[in-house]
Write a protein that binds this ligand. Structure first.
Ligand code: TRP
Length: 368
């Protein structure tokens, strides 16, 4: 099947041979939670088996919202935690290249080049910027924030990735990235692929408060690192059917976060079906439904916690993964910039020892 480029990969995401190199990224602003698991981690675990997968830890992107010294001091810790989160769910560094964005500074050069190809008006129109400004209450958004999607395009195209698994909210960024690749290729010759968004088939996981999306900023998340006790407390506080007052009232299962989580994480299907029936009939209390959810979530998280403990025990695990990732990513980055500069006729070198002779002079006469 040939992609015409207009679609995202919803319909073709299972035809693996066309996926090519895959790149995705996370801003290291906090630990990963169940929403990340459902929305992206699970997909990455699948993708690493069928494609060459790169994950960039976008610490420069984090600067758009984390700016005080205190917030930035936490980025280093977050980087470590996120790598452990990846390992604990089964992302395999032998198959997947994990690297830190700022350790591959070529991305800044590419962003500068790309920023010449995007008009100010276009950059201002990217809808996610408005959301970021609102959510973080930014009173005077920076130039850096305006360049956010261009930097993301540089992440993707620096690795010459062809497929980018992201959430729906990131689609406009991938659109811009495709546009940048087209413009560059039209102006200077074909260097870049036009990457496609691979939009996950899973809807967003609701927060424990019933809000549309589980998110760190909204404070409604269950983290992969939460203890059994913390999971229990959060589940007991969970939003359910607000119209139900007594266990004998018939309850609504559809859209009820407790049941959404049961459906998503409880592998005991018979138990889930039984609870749904009893809930609808008013024959089970919210507390029992929640206690069973707590048990199911802890069954799910148990092996993840155990794996994490094993990786965290060796302090060399994370540095050695990130160091190997940096080496691998910089190799690609150097090649991409070489190709881009060559295409742009920016590949001149004013090096006295090896500078090329003017055409009128005989070969080698510039050598001392
Ligand atoms: N902007 C992405 C987010 O907020 C993170 C990110 C940075 C990213 N660079 C990327 C995602 C490159 C995909 C590809 O989720």
């Amino acid at each position: 099947m040939i992609w015409d480029g207009s679609d995202d990969l919803d319909s073709v995401s299972r035809s693996t041979e066309k996926i090519g190199r895959v790149l995705t990224g996370d801003r290291p602003t906090g630990r990963l939670h169940l929403g990340h698991y459902v929305g992206t981690l699970k997909e990455r675990i699948r993708l690493q088996e069928v494609a060459e997968l790169f994950i960039v830890l976008a610490d420069y992107h984090a600067l758009t919202t984390e700016r005080t010294a205190g917030q930035l001091a936490r980025v280093a810790e977050n980087l470590r935690e996120i790598v452990l989160d990846y390992l604990s769910v089964g992302i395999d560094p032998k198959k997947t290249t994990i690297y830190v964005q700022s350790e591959v500074p070529e991305v800044c050069e590419l962003q500068l080049i790309f920023s010449m190809l995007v008009s100010v008006a276009e950059a201002q129109r990217v809808p996610t910027l408005k959301d970021l400004i609102r959510v973080h209450g930014l009173t005077s958004p920076s130039m850096g924030l305006l360049g956010y999607p261009i930097l993301q395009s540089a992440d993707i195209l620096l690795m010459r990735a062809e497929t980018v698994p992201v959430g729906r909210d990131q689609e406009p960024h991938i659109e811009l990235c495709r546009e940048i690749a087209r413009r560059f290729n039209n102006l200077y010759g074909k260097v870049f692929p036009e990457p496609r968004a691979l939009i996950g088939e899973v809807p967003l996981l609701v927060g424990i408060d019933g809000k549309e999306k589980m998110s760190k900023t909204l404070g409604n998340a269950i983290y992969l690192t939460d203890t059994a006790q913390e999971v229990g407390n959060k589940v007991m506080r969970m939003y359910t059917d607000p119209k139900r007052i007594h266990p004998t009232d018939p309850g609504t299962v559809e859209g009820n976060p407790v049941f959404i989580y049961h459906e998503t994480f409880n592998t005991d299907r018979a138990e889930v079906e039984e609870l749904k029936q009893r809930y609808r009939a008013g024959r089970v209390g919210d507390v029992e439904v929640k206690m069973r959810l707590e048990a199911a979530l802890n069954r799910f998280l148990g092996p993840i916690r155990a794996a994490r403990g094993r990786y965290a025990a060796d302090p060399e695990t994370v540095p050695s993964i990130l160091s190997a990732g940096r080496t691998r990513a910089r190799r690609e980055a150097a090649e991409t910039l070489r190709l881009a500069r060559q295409a742009m006729r920016l590949d001149y070198r004013f090096d006295p020892a090896k500078s090329t002779a003017p055409p009128s002079q005989p070969e080698g006469s510039d050598r001392a």
